[in-house]
Design a binder for this molecule. Structure first.
Ligand SMILES: [Zn+2]
Ligand SMILES: [Zn+2]
Length: 274
């Protein structure tokens, strides 16, 4: 029995991450249509009924779009903090909701987890650190800047999934309205490639780990630009123990396309994602 992590979708058009250990599973975020999610799960040989809990990082639509629909259809408890529950409003009424205060350790079957604060413009957005069978994945997407709390949440994990949302030059040239651009690049918006590299250089200075760059913008980033930007910062910092993968920006269409990390092969990302 070991930890397996599969990215079902990543980016502003939807996020969903499947964590499995033996017959147990957790889903982190559910920001894609329910029918799409059901198909992607089945491609992975997983049934929605196996999902022990749906962990919500925050209430934004690209993370929570069909959370309530999934929970209702399959009687899956939703785990989130009080701020996110309140921000979800009546959507969660009548559903089993377990409140997980930020920083508190929880056990769900073979999984142990705790959350940490992320600087982002939602009610109480969090990153997550989940361990099972001796392996740990840490997740921080949707953050406009990083803090020592974020770094501590990620440090020492076998797989770090972190946002590399946009490239600064491409963002400057993008035809976004000024207010939207300011929101994205602000300290409670989204992390750019250089900030992501700086965070990883800080976190991975002494501990080798696998990294997945996540939540890439469709308009202002590409997998190649993100990887090159992060690698440049790591190289300047003299950090060599990071093995980078980049998550595709759209939902994968089939089984071969879903990036999967297995604990038994840690430090070896299973697929070449570029
Ligand atoms: Zn968000
Ligand atoms: Zn998002």
């Amino acid at each position: 029995m070991s930890l397996t992590v599969t990215s079902l979708a990543s980016g502003s058009s939807g996020n969903a991450l499947l964590l499995r250990c033996g017959e147990d599973a957790l889903l982190v975020d559910c920001g894609i249509a329910l029918r799409t999610l059901e198909g992607l799960l089945r491609y992975q040989g997983a049934e929605p009924g196996q999902i022990r809990a749906l962990l919500l990082t925050h209430e934004h639509g690209d993370h929570a779009l069909s959370a309530a629909a999934l929970a209702r259809r399959y009687c899956i408890p939703v785990v989130c903090n009080e701020g996110t529950r309140v921000a979800m409003g009546a959507e969660l009424d009548g559903l089993a909701v377990e409140i997980l205060p930020v920083g508190q350790l929880a056990a769900l079957g073979p999984f142990e987890l705790r959350s940490f604060h992320l600087p982002h413009d939602a009610a109480d957005p969090v990153g997550l650190r989940v361990s099972a069978a001796g392996a740990t994945v840490a997740i921080a997407v949707d953050l406009g800047s990083w803090t020592e709390e974020v770094a501590a949440g990620l440090r020492g994990a076998d797989l770090i999934l972190v946002e590399a949302n946009h490239d600064r030059e491409l963002m400057r040239a993008a035809p976004y309205p000024w207010a939207i651009q300011q929101r994205i690049i602000g300290p409670r918006g989204h992390l750019d490639n250089v900030q992501c590299g700086e965070l990883l250089a800080h976190v991975c200075a002494t501990t080798p780990c696998d990294v997945w760059l996540a939540h890439l913008s469709q308009q202002t980033n590409t997998p190649q630009v993100a990887a090159a930007g992060v690698r440049r910062v790591l190289s300047l910092a003299g950090v060599t123990g990071v093995r980078l993968g980049v998550l595709p920006r759209r939902s994968p269409k089939g089984p071969a396309a879903a990036p999967t990390w297995r604990a038994e092969d840690r430090l070896l990302v299973q697929r070449r994602l570029l």
